[in-house]
Design a protein around this ligand. Sequence first.
Ligand code: GSH
Length: 325
Amino acid sequence: MGLLQEGKWVDRWYQTKDTGGRFVRKASQFRNWITADGSAGPTGVGGFKAEKDRYHLYVSLACPWAHRTLIFRALKGLEDMISVSVVHWYMADNGWTFADGAGVIADPINNADLMHQIYTAADSTYSGRVTVPVLWDKKQNTIVSNESAEIIRMFNSAFDRLGAKAGDYYPQALQAEIDEVNDRIYGSVNNGVYKAGFATTQAAYEEAVVPLFDSLDWLEERLSNQRYVMGNEITEADWRLFTTLVRFDPVYVGHFKCNLRRIADYPNLSNYVRDLYQQPGVAETVNMEHIKKHYYASHETINPSRVVPMGPDLDYTAPHDRARL
Ligand SMILES: N[C@@H](CCC(=O)N[C@@H](CS)C(=O)NCC(=O)O)C(=O)O
């Protein structure tokens, strides 16, 4: 686990000394957008036109942020247009690697052994964390974006004229409300589990866990009379929530100490996770082996023995009751 400083790899765990034991996530630095015509998007520079087989996606199957991008690639049928590499689940002194292992897909573009080589290939003086997902442009040999929230928006619409599958998960009429709901879910749930898990003081941990479960209680109530977060249609807000919920009982309850309740204790949320898991193409993006092994084995400060628990016994393919709504 480490980061790049002026292009040099330094092995270092998250610093929480100056923030009262709180884990504070840094903003992603590559923020360009693929657009249908190559014009600049909301941030960054232009020049990244949607084209078949021009872009490559680097992901970890363990990572909830990367998982969002894999789900959108599948939902929009972009598998033949956007190639993919998958890192090994074990993230240690060298960060993410392409070491051999089940489910790993090596890097045919940069022939990298280590994920940080992708960052320095784009910017030889890059300073910052080396995170996945990364969206790579094979034409300009650089990183388009390493921000999952933005990559899923590109996938949602930029390739529509090139034959992407129908489906708009960020419809105009709902955008303001989706953004508002995303804000709450990001701060308290998606990032909330990390704030709880990486906290190094009791106060910082409690400061994360309370709003996390307030939000889960709120979602449980919201999902009691509507099938999805925004109503009858699946939107981006559901997929962003899903990648955290599907990891919750297997990892966050134990490893990140988010154990006031399990998702299994929430009838609506647990049926909802199964409903989303069973949408076409989604189950194939969920790799529980990478998920569990990554967290329990990679975070030595939290789990020095690296022992991975056998449970819980979960079946996301079991029937759900959401069609009644
Ligand atoms: N803001 C980024 C966050 C991505 C992220 O933090 N990914 C984690 C894996 S779950 C990572 O690669 N961490 C490595 C590190 O922090 O050094 C996004 O949503 O794309």
